[in-house]
Design a protein around this ligand. Structure first.
Ligand code: ZN
Length: 267
């Protein structure tokens, strides 16, 4: 158990078709052949973990110029962020009492465009940036060839960064802060488990589960948000076993209903 504090950093809102969050959520039937699709709004957030060994920034949000050409226009059309220019990393950190210069470590759960857009602020610095080896490989593959996934923007992560690669299943870079390889959404997805003195164990799933139903009901995200369906299901069950073993509080990647209750942070 460690004496750390966790501050939630709201980073704006991303919208998408509900069918991306929950596979086949809205389908045509004989009784309802033309159902209305839903364009849902989901929170983007980062964490600041004020740990005895240093200040950790967990994910870096969407790039402030996402809608002005930093993201391909088709990507921004499918997943628009509301007013990204009002959510530059330094501004959102300042709103919760931190500056970019306070950050000693960065954890990138994965490198999708709504998670890696603030990495440029650490270019040319010695700040260690933790990412899984499989994620960095796949991000480069995706952003520089026709293979992989459309959710990576090369300009987010192709910088002079002090990458610290996580190679296998689990690494503990700081005391009681565990990075867990939970592939499925992407090949190198990292969950984060934090054992706190006062608040017990927290398990941040990032996009292993966009919303609670992905995790609780094992309802997959839609095509495009699952790199490997079986790996994803295995990872959900790995996370559930950790939840049971540690009586952990599970925090999802983009769950609007859960988000309001998270804003006070932990403990
Ligand atoms: Zn993602």
């Amino acid at each position: 158990m460690t004496d750390a504090d966790v501050t939630v950093v709201p980073r704006g809102t991303i919208r998408m078709d509900r069918n991306f969050q929950l596979e086949a959520h809205t389908i045509a039937r004989r009784s309802d052949p033309n159902p209305d699709l839903e364009f849902v709004a989901s929170p983007i957030y980062n964490l600041v973990i004020d740990h005895p060994e240093g200040t950790v920034l967990w994910d870096t949000g969407a790039h402030p110029a996402a809608g002005e050409g930093h993201w391909p226009s088709g990507l921004f059309d499918a997943y628009p962020v509301e007013d990204p220019d009002e959510h530059a990393l330094e501004d959102d950190l300042e709103r919760v009492g931190y500056a970019v210069g306070d950050v000693d470590y960065v954890v990138q759960t994965h490198l999708h465009m709504d998670h890696a857009g603030g990495l440029e602020r650490f270019a040319g610095t010695d700040t260690p940036v933790f990412v899984h080896e499989e994620e960095l490989k796949y991000a480069y593959l995706s952003a520089t060839t026709d293979e992989g996934s459309a959710g990576y923007v090369l300009e987010d992560f192709h910088h002079d960064l002090n990458w610290r690669l996580v190679h296998r299943e689990r690494e503990t870079p700081l005391e009681d802060l565990e990075l867990l390889h939970l592939p499925g959404h992407t090949p190198g997805m990292l969950g984060t488990m934090l054992h706190l003195d006062d608040a017990g164990t927290l398990l941040f799933t990032s996009d292993l589960a966009d919303v609670a139903a992905n995790y609780r009901k094992e309802w997959p995200m839609g095509p495009g948000l699952l790199w490997n369906r079986q790996a994803w299901l295995d990872s959900v069950r790995t996370a559930k076993e950790l939840e049971r073993r540690h009586d952990a509080e599970v925090v999802y990647g983009h769950d609007h209903d859960q988000f309001e209750g998270m804003l006070e942070g932990w403990p």
